[in-house]
Design a protein around this ligand. Structure first.
Ligand code: HEC
Length: 163
């Protein structure tokens, strides 16, 4: 019978006070791995749930300020905008019951639309999500974020019968 786990055992043999240099090296290895993962791999179907979770986080950080937590257009900054942000929880309703994924992704991205439509109040996320000075192709990462946001927005849609 193994003895009940102690704090020492739970630490899995890692020395209680690792050298700072080691900790820094580990942190930078983890950061490099995460960047590589985000840049290299487009999302597969099995990762849709993760993608919605990522979309939720991105939404809270980048979008809720204008569009509101639930997407209804009541974010704290919305009053200061000339054009009120549209209710993102009724996109499906406005499109005859079909959530237009490709169109929504294109609006969020904004790189193709902004030139054709003049200025827009919303940032061009396809550019904003790029990391300046990162010397690698960021397109996969940018598209991954936009896909995650699109999937998350789809989960916010209200049934059309609601007032
Ligand atoms: C500065 C305020 C602001 C922020 C931040 C913002 N938006 Fe917007 N958004 C707007 C406004 C205003 C519009 C109306 C179109 C325009 O003028 O750009 C809009 C339009 C949209 C539309 C089109 C809706 C429709 O039915 O036509 C989508 C989708 C959207 N935003 C998603 C997002 C997402 C996702 C984020 C975060 C990554 C975000 N927005 C962040 C202000 C904002």
């Amino acid at each position: 019978m193994p003895r009940p786990a102690t704090v020492g055992r739970l630490s899995l043999g890692v020395k209680p006070m690792p050298k700072r240099r080691d900790a820094r090296r580990l942190a930078s290895a983890v950061a490099t791995a995460l960047v590589a993962l985000a840049v290299c791999c487009p999302l597969g179907a099995a990762e849709v749930a993760d993608s919605v979770g990522e979309g939720r986080l991105l939404y809270r950080v980048h979008c809720a300020g204008c569009h509101g937590e639930s997407g209804r257009g009541d974010g704290v900054a919305s009053e200061r905008l000339e054009e009120p942000p549209p209710d993102l929880s009724r996109i499906r309703e406005r499109h005859a019951g079909e959530f237009p994924r490709a169109k929504v992704a294109e609006i969020i991205d904004g790189r193709r639309r902004s030139a054709a439509h003049g200025g827009r109040a919303m940032p061009v996320w396809g550019l904003t999500f790029q990391t300046p000075g990162l010397d690698s192709d960021q397109e996969g990462d940018v598209r991954g974020r936009i896909t995650a946001l699109t999937r998350y927005l789809e989960t916010l849609q209200q049934p059309s019968s609601e007032p």
